[in-house]
Design a protein around this ligand. Sequence first.
Ligand code: SF4
Ligand code: SF4
Length: 144
Amino acid sequence: MKLTGDIQINGTEGDTRKELALELKEAFAAVSPFIEKHTALVCPDCEHLCCKDKHGRYDGNDLVFLKAIGAELLPAQHDRKESGPCRFMSERGCSIERWKRPFRCTHFFCDPLLKSLENDNAKLYRAFVEYFQYLISVRQKLLD
Ligand code: SF4
Ligand code: SF4
C-alpha cells in the first residue's frame, strides 16, 4: 500500500479492509452521542478552542480509512492558517460527521471534557470506555 497518490486496494485484502473500515465507521457512530453529550456541556465555555485548522487536516492513517471506505475526500484549503479556526467549524460546532473527521478529533479529550465524561453515570462511562477501546482495536487492525 502506498500513501502518496492513490492507495491501491486489491482482492481479498481490499474486501477485509473495507469490512474493517465499515466496522470502524459504525464504532464512530456508536461512541459519538456520549462524546457529544459532554462536548455540548463543556465546549461552549471553553476559552482555548481546540478546533484549529491544523487539527482538522487528515494524516496518512485517516486517508487509509477514508479510502478503504470509499469516502469522497473533502477538499484541502491550503491557504488557511494552521492556527486559525478549522474549516469544518460552524456556528453549531463541527459540520461533518464524526467518521469523516480526522481521528485526533475523536481521540483528543482535554481535562474538562475527560472530567465531564468520568462524572457521568458509572455504567455508561464504563460502556463508553469499552466501546472506545474496541474502536481503537478495529482501527489498529485496519492500519496493520
Ligand atoms: S474539547 Fe476541550 S479544548 Fe476542545 S473546545 Fe471542548 S473544552 Fe475546549
Ligand atoms: S474536523 Fe471538526 S472536530 Fe475536528 S478540528 Fe475541525 S471542527 Fe473540530
